[in-house]
Design a protein around this ligand. Structure first.
Ligand code: F6R
Length: 241
């Protein structure tokens, strides 16, 4: 894993956006794997600014998101589909039909997982953007998720629900489960860019860089992939030797 240290959140966002823009310029029909959460928000803002200023087009790009809460429809302000529309899709020239997010309101969730996994495998992600949870989760793959996992339904860890409660009125409102691409689904991507910013992520990065590769710490699976770049700021890297 290549580690790129940057000063702060802004620099991380700038650099991550550059990776994505470069990918889209090189291959206008790229497939981008996208994440939600606080970490990639700045990157998406940079992509929007670049599209406005330099006319970068996403007309042929397809995107596939990592995860979605079970039970939240696309018009629920905390759903990940809604997040993607508000923070990126509505502001660039991407076609809605080319943006994939799991359907958290699917009648048959197992079938939704199977179809989504088929999509991941057939579409071939060129560049996957990832954030990391304080417990090392990637997507919603919580500690203990097997590395060979495909898209599945997951019960969210209390620490994850607590961390995500900042977007809801109360922690009770945070859904108890989600659909997530599995670890093996994520590892299918040709290239992965993992982002981390701030002191809250310092323990996770220390474990990622210095710890064992084991399912107790899901992000450690990324060490099995040949083309991963970690872009992290000094605060997040503070405990990395
Ligand atoms: C979001 C996702 C999660 C987040 C992680 C970090 O689609 O898959 O794994 O990347 O929870 O979240 P933030 O960026 O809010 O710290």
């Amino acid at each position: 894993m290549k580690v790129v240290a940057v000063r702060d959140y802004q620099e991380m966002s700038d650099l991550a956006a550059k990776y994505i823009i470069q990918q889209v310029k090189k291959k206008p029909s790229s497939v981008l794997g996208l994440a939600t959460g606080s970490t990639p928000k700045g990157t998406y803002q940079k992509l929007i600014e670049d599209a406005e200023k330099n006319g970068t087009s996403y007309a042929q790009v397809r995107t596939i998101n990592l995860d979605e809460y079970v039970g939240l429809g696309q018009d629920h302000p905390q759903s990940y589909r809604y997040f993607m529309k508000a923070n990126l899709f509505n502001h660039i020239d991407i076609l809605k039909k080319n943006t994939y997010v799991p359907n958290g309101k699917a009648f048959n969730l197992d079938e939704e997982c199977q179809c989504y996994e088929q999509l991941v495998r057939s579409i071939g992600v060129d560049l996957q953007l990832l954030g990391i949870g304080v417990n090392g989760h990637i997507g919603f793959n919580e500690p203990g998720t097997p590395f060979h996992s495909s898209t599945h339904i997951v019960k969210l860890a209390d620490s994850t629900r607590k961390a995500n409660s900042r977007f809801f009125e109360t922690v009770e409102e945070v859904p108890k489960s989600a659909i997530t691409m599995g670890i093996d689904s994520i590892l299918q991507s040709k290239e992965i860019v993992l982002l981390a910013s701030g002191s809250k992520k310092a323990d996770a990065l220390q474990k990622l860089v210095s710890g064992k590769t084991e399912d107790k710490f899901p992000a450690s699976a990324l060490k099995l992939h040949p083309n991963v770049t970690l872009i992290a700021d000094y605060e997040a890297l503070a405990k990395v030797p």
